[in-house]
Design a protein around this ligand. Sequence first.
Ligand code: SAM
Length: 250
Amino acid sequence: MTATPAWPPKSLPRLFLRSNLSEGAIVELDGGQANYLGNVMRLGQGAEVLLFDGQSGEWLARIVEPGKKRMTLAVECKTREPETVPDVWLAFAPVKRTQTDWLVEKATELGAARLLPVMTQRTIAERVKLERLQAIAIEAAEQCGRTRLPEIVEPLPIKHLLEHRNVARTLYFADESGGDWAPDAFTPGPCLILTGPEGGFTDDERAAIRSAPNAVAVSLGPRILRAETAALAALAVYMAVAGDWRLIGS
Ligand code: SAM
């Protein structure tokens, strides 16, 4: 029996547009996106492209006016509704730029709803450029099939995070000095996963986090993970035991 080919074909190029997409809409692509479709993907008149705007879902569009610098596409129909990712926020102490870029890319693929760079006493990081992290999240969302982008907030001091957080949102504190076994500790529901800098949290910070209301210290195993590894390991374990990985095939 021949398998029904997936529709839309997984191979179609996917682009994020900052414009409200709807059936019959005409959209202009310029610069990098036109170059990508025209020169890199060598697409011309009539070629199909998937578009998403981060709000309304994913749409199938067709190139009506090809071009290397500018292109016009006509939106034909909706292919997917907006995603609903688990309400998981990842608060991470930024590390070196390459590792922070990597962390944002992977956290987007893993389905984080919001990313919060947190400045701690031992955070050694160059200035966190939000536009750069947003561009990385867009590319990761285009590649992994997301229809919404994770919200990335301005870096904030750990003290501010602890004092202004909504305590109804469970704070899972990844603590290498010990905590509940993460796979057991994580439960479905709005949460904030917090991981520290390369040098770790200071004792005062650890005491303040551990005494925060609705905070749970979790262990990610017997080894000391690098900061970016810990952030993604915690997110992956959460998605597996309490997030949307459990839903596949259910
Ligand atoms: N201060 C530590 C040290 O040098 O001994 C290392 C900090 S570790 C590189 C960076 C962060 O990753 C920690 O603050 C913690 O949030 C997280 N982390 C690393 N390994 C972990 C583990 N086994 N369990 C829970 N969290 C861990």
